[in-house]
Design a protein around this ligand. Structure first.
Ligand code: 3PG
Length: 249
């Protein structure tokens, strides 16, 4: 049996202002930093230890991992960063308010863009300043893999590819792994790990900064999973993600 921990980054500045973020490299809010440190504390109290860590190319996930590992006195462990664990690319929605977009296009359209499995958000054009190719950190990513927009389906492809090639072999080798990533890149991974249908994944939300602990069998099939922390706190945070326009604090 193996243990695996997934954690969505703490609240970001754009989570706080309720903006579509995707690959925009925004920082953690003050509350996000506190959430990350609290996650480290919970993991320590659970007596979990890690040998290797994975995160995305985005500072909100990288910093969350850093605060967690610092709190656990594990900053020294090898940490791998990859664009393949980045948030789902939200295309031309990036930077728009989720509330204003719902007022303009309707709640149902926004729900489809946010949670359906295979509906693409409106795409960027290559001359848009938000085109990822403009950023040095993606210089080694082949052109055909640089997204202009992604549905969860495309996100699953790149996350699953990285999982199979890099992360799964480490776990099979007995390494204790933590992954710090994003709401939708983790939904993509969980869809794959839990073998959820395209319908089941629609209702899955991931709270910020709450460690999700998996127990996996020898074939890396999940046996058990649970969030760390109080049930009430987790439920409240899940509501916030599901309805970001209605619950602010
Ligand atoms: O990219 C974003 O806006 C968030 O990280 C995830 O947003 P969602 O919960 O609206 O998909």
């Amino acid at each position: 049996m193996y243990k695996l921990v997934l954690v969505r980054h703490g609240e970001s500045e754009w989570n706080k202002s309720n903006l579509f973020t995707g690959w925009t490299d925004v920082d953690l809010s003050e509350k996000g930093v506190e959430e990350a440190m609290a996650a480290g504390k919970l993991l320590k109290e659970e007596n979990l230890v890690f040998d290797v860590a994975y995160t995305s190319y985005l500072r909100r996930a990288i910093k969350t991992l850093h605060y967690i590992l610092d709190t656990m006195n594990l900053l020294w462990i090898p940490t791998y960063k990859t664009w393949q664990l980045n948030e789902r690319h939200y295309g031309a929605l990036q930077g728009l308010s989720k509330l204003t977009t719902a007022q303009k296009y309707g709640d149902e359209q926004v729900r489809l863009w946010r949670r359906s499995y295979d509906v693409l958000p409106p795409a960027l054009t290559k001359d848009d300043e938000r085109y990822p190719r403009n950023e040095d950190k993606y210089r080694d990513v082949p052109d055909q893999l640089i997204p202009l927009a992604e549905s969860l389906k495309e996100t699953v492809v790149r996350v699953q590819d990285y999982w199979e090639k890099e992360i799964a072999p480490q776990i099979m080798n007995g390494k204790h792994v933590i992954i710090s990533a994003h709401g939708n890149s983790l939904r993509a991974l969980i869809k794959y790990l839990d073998n959820l249908s395209n319908e089941e994944i629609i209702d899955l939300n991931i709270p910020t900064g709450i460690p999700l602990v998996y127990t996996l069998d020898e074939q890396l099939h999940p046996i058990e999973k649970y969030y760390l922390g109080s049930e009430e706190h987790i439920q409240h945070k899940l509501e916030q993600v599901a309805h970001p326009d209605t619950i602010m604090e």
